[in-house]
Structures are given as C-alpha cells and as structure tokens.
Write a protein that binds this ligand. Structure first.
Ligand code: C2O
Ligand code: CU
Ligand code: CU
Length: 514
C-alpha cells in the first residue's frame, strides 16, 4: 500500500506570521506574508505494513556497558526505502542501550560526519561535567570522544534516549536519523510476554532518496516531517496473543511534532513518564507526548486489530490575531485523519506467536499478575523552597540579535543562547520552584538536563500525584510551575525548548549548579 501518511506540506500556499513587528509593518502589508516555496509533489510515498523491527540492543553486564557509537552518513533503510542520510552504527534508530541503576556507561563516539556533533543522554541523572553529559563538548569531523556516565545506585528506572546536542545542528541531525533509546531497568522486573521499544520520529523524503531540506520558515515553526515513523518504519505491523501483557517503551524523537496517541480496543496502563514510575499505574486512553517525552506503557491485549494512531494536536501558530485560513503552520492539520503509526494484530487463541516479535521475557504471564512494588517517588510539594524563579519562553519579532526582515527571535528571559554566559546559578542541594511562562502564541516544551522536574501546577491546578518530567509542555499563553531538587551533581548544563529548531535558533539557557 502506497500512500502518504500525512497530508503533504505542499497543500499550503502561503503562511501568515503574526507578531512581525515594526519592520514588517513598515515594509507594507506584503511583508506580512511569507511564501512557502511550493514543494515538489513527486515525493516518494513510504512503504507501509512491514513487520515491526526492534533496534539492536546492547545490555550492561557486571555493572558496565562499553559502546562504540559511530555517527556517520550512509544508505539507511527508512520508511521501507534506501535513503542517503545519517545514523548511528548503520541503523535508524541507533542501538538501544539497556542499563541498570549504578552502572558505568562508556561511549566512544566516533564522528564520521562532515560536520561537528556530540552526544547527549537525554533524561539520565548523571554528571554534566568533564566527559559526562557535557553538551559544551564539540566533536569535530574525524574525531573521537570518550564519554563516561556513572548512574547513581538510586537512578530512576525508565525510558531515556540519546541524540546529538551540538548547538545549531541538533534539529538537522536528529531529523536525519541520529537518535536511539536508553532503558534503565526496574529494580524488580515486571512479568510481561513481550517488551517493545517504539521510537517515533518524523522526516520528509525528497523523492530522490534524500532527507528533504527544510526552509527557514519551517525552522521557526518547528519542522514536522511528512511521514511519521516507528523504529524507522512506516506503519509497521506486529502480532500478539490475546489476554497477555506487553510493555511498550515509547519515545517521541520528533524534532517538533507532538504526539497524542491512542490504541483503541486495547487496555493501556501508564507505568511512568520520562523518568521513574508511578506508585501505581494509571489507566489511559490517550497519551500525550511533547517532543522529547517518553512513556512506559503496559498493554493488555484483546483480540482484534488495533492501530496506534497519532491525532492532530493544536500546538498553536505564530500567526497572531490576523487569522487567515486554517492556521497554516503544521504538516498535520485540523481535521486531518489521525496518522497510523503501527498496527497491532491480536490473535484470539493462546497459541504462541510465530512472528519475529521479541522473545518473551517471562512466558505467558497472566495480565492480572500483580506488579512489583516500586519505591515511593520523591515528592517536592512539601519541600522547603530555597528560591523562586521566572523563566519566560518567547518567540517574538525583533528580539535577540541579528533579526532582520521579519526574522523571529527565540529567547528565554529575553536572551538567546550563549555558551559563555551563565544565565541561572543554583546552590547545589537546594530545591527551587520555577514558573515557566509562555506569552507566545505557540506551545514550547521546556526541557532541563540532568535534574528532573516535578510539576506542581499545570493548567492552573496542582496534579494530584507526584508528576515527574524532564520535558514539560508550556502551552501558548500558558504557565506551568515545577520544582527541582538540584541534588547529586554540580556543574554547568542547559535548559531549552525541545522543539529542537527553537533550541538551535537560541531558545536555550545555561544553568550552573555549585
Ligand atoms: Cu533531548 Cu537538551 O535534549
Ligand atoms: Cu536532554
Ligand atoms: Cu519552542
């Protein structure tokens, strides 16, 4: 079956940008309109329906994992085609790294690209200094860098991921295929019939076997690829047996696309988001993952076929009040059919599956088998707060440096990222409360490295259980309050918008804990 998963961008003829400010207004009406170069309609449609594959897996043993990651160009299997693009170790996604709390992870990153890169272990609670999770390190073409990450013995279990973090090319390198999953195992395993890693990404192919270039406009909006992929595949299928329990680790590795996921007809329980586990899992029907978020999910299967779908989510527009047409700024449009990400076929019989699905970790557990208890999650709602801070995420005209011709500025507290400047200094060991405000007309997913955030106010109300995230969506015109315990590590690191085009455009700040 050959059909585009999403409505192509070429349906849009023009884009209206709001808040262009005086320069555009002075240019006289015409300056308000941005023409989007009409794209070729001869793009290759993705090949859908193949059997879901799993990234290769590297597992620690004896408290250690040593990995060589080679970031390089090549021919990769993507959306069922051969595509000339970038990946780690010849695959998209790169290998899954499976760790345990207390492990030492050594990564030898070899840069075979023709541009600088580096490595970030998103969500891991590890030191940001030296050869740790240090995003200020730059690995030049041809160079090798030895990273070393020591996970604390009480590191939260969960789903994490790795990707490049060289400022200015993060979105391009992830869009090209440089990302992979990291899993930190539970202290006590959960009995499941299968465990699957589902890395969701999106990209656009140009019809000649390349990843399409994106325009400056798409960067400002946050690029959304025309096709949404799971483990590099377009709507792959997989099978399960009815009445069993599977564990799915879902990562939103899209540069800017929000995922509002459903799997109608199957029973979903959320074990955790981003980092750690809830004390008790909660039943969910819809799962909201901003760019960078992850879900740790239990799926109890019922006979039939079920499609994992991503519904349209309105993340706002850069157009201000001057609405013209259907808020044109995302590939996914209101009213568009939900994108089919993957198709699960559940056989009614208890006969073992003959598919190439992952080997059972524990044979045929009853879905009713109780879950092992997890340690009570920390709760900062009653903690003594040492400092309150305001962080304002802005995408507006005329702010920041070098803005000409209606270019938008992407800032935090009015400033664009500068690696030499420290924006926020925090006392090691203290708990702070940060109020994240977003006066702009589009959502910005806020991400803090190293130290996870507890959401204490969202949508004007307090969550009724500890909610830990390392990416927190701050809606357009909205506000979120988080608390952070700056424990275990000191050093310089960053926070930023995880619409990675916005990060590359400057929406990032430097934090120093000391
Ligand atoms: Cu996944 Cu600093 O990012
Ligand atoms: Cu990160
Ligand atoms: Cu943003």
């Amino acid at each position: 079956m050959h059909r585009p998963v999403l409505r192509p961008l070429s349906r849009r003829s023009a884009l209206l940008l709001g808040g262009l400010g005086a320069a555009a207004t002075a240019a006289g009406g015409a300056g308000l309109w941005w023409s989007l170069a009409t794209r070729s309609s001869s793009r290759t449609a993705p090949v859908t329906g193949a059997e879901l594959s799993q990234p290769s897996e590297l597992r620690s043993s004896g408290g250690r994992l040593e990995v060589r990651l080679e970031a390089g160009p090549g021919q990769f299997q993507l959306a069922g085609q051969q595509v000339r693009t970038l990946g780690y170790n010849g695959g998209i996604p790169g290998p899954t790294l499976r760790l345990r709390p207390g492990d030492l992870l050594n990564v030898r990153l070899a840069n075979n690209l023709d541009q600088a890169t580096n490595l970030h272990v998103h969500g891991l609670h590890v030191s940001p200094e030296g050869s740790g999770d240090n995003v200020f390190v730059m690995v030049n073409p041809g160079a090798v860098h030895e990273y070393e990450y020591r996970l604390p013995a009480d590191h939260p279990p969960g789903v994490y991921w790795y990707h490049p973090h060289h400022h200015g090319t993060v979105a391009d390198q992830i869009f090209a295929g440089l990302f992979g999953a990291i899993i930190v195992e539970d202290p006590e395993p959960i009995a499941v019939s299968a465990e699957r890693v589902l890395v969701v990404s999106d990209t656009t192919l140009d019809g000649a076997g390349n990843v399409a270039r994106v325009s400056q406009m798409e960067r400002m909006l946050g690029r959304e690829g025309e096709i949404v992929l799971v483990n590099g595949q377009s709507n792959p299928g997989f099978t399960a047996v009815a009445g069993t329990r599977e564990r799915w680790r879902i990562i939103n590795a899209c540069v800017a696309r929000y995922l509002s996921l459903r799997l109608d007809g199957q029973q979903l329980q959320l074990l955790g988001m981003d980092s750690g586990r809830y004390r008790t899992p909660s039943d969910v029907e819809e799962l909201f993952l901003a760019p960078g978020n992850r879900a740790d999910l239990l799926v109890t299967t019922a006979a039939g076929s079920a499609v994992l779908r991503a519904a349209y989510y309105d993340r706002g527009t850069m157009a201000g009040m001057m609405g013209q047409g259907p808020g044109p700024r995302q590939t996914s449009q209101p009213g568009a059919a939900a994108a089919a990400l993957a198709t699960l076929r559940v056989a009614g019989s208890a006969a073992p599956s003959t598919s190439s699905s992952p080997s059972p970790l524990v044979p045929s557990p009853s879905p009713q088998a109780p879950l092992p208890a997890v340690p009570e999650p920390d709760d900062l709602r009653t903690a003594a707060v040492a400092a309150h801070r305001q962080l304002t995420l802005s995408s507006g005209a005329g702010m920041g440096m070098g803005m000409g011709g209606g270019m938008m500025g992407f800032t935090i507290n009015g400033r664009e990222f500068s690696p030499a400047r420290t924006d926020t200094t925090v006392a090691a060991g203290s708990v702070e409360e940060w109020t994240l405000t977003n006066p702009s007309p589009m959502d910005h997913p806020f991400h803090l490295h190293v130290w996870r955030m507890q959401v204490v106010e969202e949508g004007g109300r307090a969550p009724d259980r500890p909610e830990w995230r390392d990416v927190v969506n701050v809606p357009a015109q909205g506000r979120v309050k988080v608390r952070v315990a700056f424990k275990d590590f000191a050093g310089r690191s960053v926070y930023h918008c995880h619409i990675l085009d916005h990060e590359d455009l400057g929406m990032m700040g430097v934090i120093e804990v000391r």
